[in-house]
Design a protein around this ligand. Structure first.
Ligand code: G6P
Ligand code: MG
Length: 216
């Protein structure tokens, strides 16, 4: 009998690929301030909160801003980002993601979303998967950034499942660490070179199965 009773999914990079929109918006902001943002730098922003992302970008550009100015800049970036995600369609769900979440539910497992994003509600609605999760915990409900396990522990609590019976699916190093810090199993989505701390690494949810889940 497997100990797995719930699957908790990160959103960006696991269910949908919004990194490209975050990148476009941050790049536009950086360009307005007179510098550029590389794809490599954008990688470092995956799973990182909006506020912390801006701090890093300003640091890379060698620019100092007051907390008030930072708030204005973050809001500006978010307006551009929200404009882009408001045009998302169900086609943008990553391959196999919807199918795997449904397979978990059919198998009697609980499902939750555990994301740092404050825009998860809009994204779930636009890609048409609001009803797929028994609990949705996002940046509006928690404040401690990954690798703090707060977001995943809150999801487990809402599902009423012990952390030891949960598996987290994550594409960010900090997310895998957050799962482990919360006493949960972690499946990394991406490359084993990057996500070595995970219990299992797959290239995407299209490469995941209930058989692999029950072997964790
Ligand atoms: C996810 C993404 C990050 C993003 C964060 C906050 O973790 O991977 O790139 O900065 O969510 O998203 P938000 O939509 O609230 O700005
Ligand atoms: Mg992610």
């Amino acid at each position: 009998m497997s100990i797995i009773k719930a699957c908790i999914f990160d959103l960006d990079g696991v269910i949908v690929d919004t990194a490209v929109y975050h990148y476009k918006a941050w790049k536009r902001l950086a360009n307005e301030m007179g510098f550029d943002l590389t794809v490599e730098q954008n990688e470092k922003l995956k799973g990182v909160s909006r506020t912390r992302s801006l701090e890093l970008i300003l640091q890379w550009g060698g620019i100092t801003k007051t907390p008030e100015e930072q708030e204005v800049l973050a809001a500006k970036k978010n307006d551009w980002y929200v404009d882009m995600i408001s045009h998302m369609t169900p086609d943008e769900i990553l391959p196999g993601a919807k199918e795997f979440v449904i397979a978990c539910r059919v198998a009697g497992l609980k499902t939750a979303l555990g994301s740092a994003s404050k825009n998860s509600g809009t994204i779930l609605e636009k890609v048409g998967i609001v009803g797929l999760f028994d609990a949705v915990i996002d940046g509006n409900k928690v404040s401690k950034p990954k690798p703090d396990p707060e977001v995943f522990l809150a999801a487990a609590a809402e599902l009423n499942i012990a952390p030891g019976n949960c598996v987290v699916f994550e594409d960010a190093i900090a997310g895998v660490e957050a799962a482990k810090n919360g006493g949960m199993k972690a499946v990394g989505i991406g490359s084993p070179d990057v996500l070595g701390e995970a219990d299992l690494v797959v290239s995407g949810l299209n490469d995941m199965s209930l058989a692999k889940l029950y072997m964790l």
